[in-house]
Structure formats: structure tokens, C-alpha cells
Ligand binder design. Sequence first.
Ligand code: ZN
Length: 413
Amino acid sequence: MFKLFIAALFIFNFSTSFAKASEDPDLYWMKVKAKDKFARSLIANTGIAIEHVNDNYVMGMGTKSELDAVKKTGRLETSFKLSEQMLDFPAKDEKFHNYTELLAELNSLAANNPDIVALNSIGQSHENRQILHLTISTDLAQSDLKPGIVFMGGHHAREHVSIEMPLMLAQYLVREYRNQNAEVVNLLESRQIHLIPMVNPDGAEHDISSGRYKTWRKNRRLNADGNYGVDLNRNYGFMWGTGGSSKSTRSDVYMGKAPFSEPETMAIKNFVEAQTNISILLSFHTFSELILYPWGHKYDSISDSRALSVHTTMANRMAQWNGYKPQQSSDLYVASGDTTDWSFGSQGIISFTFELDPKSMWSGGFYPGQNTIDIAFNKNIKPALYLMSYADNPYRVLESTHQAYGLNSPLVK
Ligand SMILES: [Zn+2]
């Protein structure tokens, strides 16, 4: 009797997990010929998510109908269906933090350092997880009066390295402040530092929910037609839906039914708009090792020449430290509705997207293994401190005699 029950339970579990797996559309990996940004934008408009750009081709992922659309362009070189087994990453990745572990880390950081760290939620996801937010500064209660900067990660579910960056940055700042590192003490005394490590907690959890990676990108909105997910980095409300995003709910770059239709992007909007001291924003993504700045929705450069110079000067400087390639976002391909077009275009905030390590699909893509966490962090700590140092006035970087804020340390020079 007992055995029968176990067997029945097993069959039940098996059938439900099978049903669950099949609700996600099959994904195809594609290599597509494209020699310039115009050709790449043409490919982006089919609705596939471009994940790698080369001089001669792009690689990306999409559904069957997007694969058909790419075929129609006559540019498809190779494609294959991503099977469950191929998505199963063999390396031990226990260093990565899921939602519960991240919450525990942030909680303990705040609880052990109440003088300089506050943990809040800026809103809730579709599945009612908190969108966690740390504020780090001395004199916390008054720190809104200081210049502010915000770091974000985890817009895209499968980009787990991007979640580790803001977490490690927070831990670094606290540790070095306690060690009386003069530079970090200066920064915490004079800046208000915001970190939102996991903008898309539902997606991140979904990606790992079966014990094997699902290569999930979007959030977990249940769309009216039964398909899941909106691409949060196509849902921001500045020049939304003007290229490089899709109206198909099956697409990995589905823009949503309206700008800021998603609770996750709306939470960021409300937070940034209310936090009027923020002058610089950095959104971490993976992968490709790039430093990107607006615009993404069009090929034109930022028309305000000073704002453009701030972005290019900073991007070039940071590239010397992390070895990434600095470029305007649309030099890759046009994509509208992303975080940084909105934060710069509508809020005037100096804005960057980093596509973190690794460099390519061949070095691990979205799932490079846990050793990549430290590698990416060590490359990017100097750029992060550098941006913090200019939060009082990023335009200072244009002055010939400028110097980064109060910096005696060799970290930033
Ligand atoms: Zn991303």
C-alpha cells in the first residue's frame, strides 16, 4: 500500500514537472550573418535575443517562429535546438546566490552594520518577492542629502553573475570601511550608495527551479495568451517599442503591453524618480565584456555634446581597468526600452550597462561557472569606485584639472 502510494506520488510529480517544462517554448540557438549594426538591427527585429556580436555574425536565441523569421532574411548560418541536456550545466555553482540566500546575505549585512547599511524593498515582483535594495552610507538617516549612485543587477534571469556584482560590491564597501580604507571611508562619508542586486527575482528563481538551468531571460508575467514573461530590459518607458524589441509574447525580447507594464520596472522607476540625488546609474548584465552607454534605441549619438563626452570619457577610462570594450549601445544593434536609455533620456542620469564576463559563449556564456564571479568582480571594483567618486558631479570628468574625489589610494588614479 505504502509503495503504491510512493509510486503514485512519483508519477504525479513526474507528470507535473513534465507539464511545467513544456510550458516554456522550445529555444533555438542561431548563428546569423551580419556585418554591421544595420544588419544586426535587422536580425534583432526578428525578435531573437542577440547574445554575441562578432565582426561578421551574431549569435542569439529565439523561438521556432523567430527562427523562421531569421531564415527568411537569408542570413542564417547554423541553428540548433537547445535540449534540456545541453542546458544542464555540470559545474558546481553553489557560490551563486538564489533569492533566499541573497536575502539572508543582505539581511546579515544590514543587521551587523546598522550604522552604515539599510535594507529595504522597493516593490514586489509578480510572484510577490521583494525587490531588495541596500543603502550604504555613513549618517544613514541624513544620507539623502549626499550625492547618490545606483548599481543594479539581475534584470535578466539567466545572468546570475550580474546579481553577484552588487552583492560583492556591498560586502566590499562594508569590509573596507571597517578596515578604515581611507578611500572607502571617504566615499561612504560623502556619497549615498544604492544597490539593487536582483531586479527580476521571479525569473532568477525560475531559471534554477528544476535543478538545471533553463536559460530563462524574462520575468514571470503570465501573459493573456498563456505565454510567460516580459523582457524587463525592453519595458522601460523612454522611446519604448521603437526597435529591437518584440510584440510577441513568445519572444525573449517581448516589450510588454505598455511601457512600465511590469511591477519590477515600475519599482525601479518609482525608486529612481523619488531618489532625486542619483547622478550615475550602472546596470550589470552578462555576457560579452562590454561597457555600453546610450543610445540604444537609435544610431544617433547623444546630442548634448557634454553629456556624450562624460559617457565616452568615463567608458574609456573604465575600459582601461576592466579590459572591456566601450561603445554606444546601438553600435551592437538597436534595442529600445532598456534601463539606461530611460535613466539618461528621461532622468538625465549618466548611465552605463556593463556586459560582464565571460567574453563569449565558448568561455561559458550565461553559465561560466562560479570562478567567474571573483574574476568579474576584481575587474570591476575600480570602475565602480571611480563612478562613486564622481557622483557629486559627473561632469567634473571633463575639467582638465579634475581629480576623482579625495583619492589617496592607488585604487583610483
Ligand atoms: Zn541582460
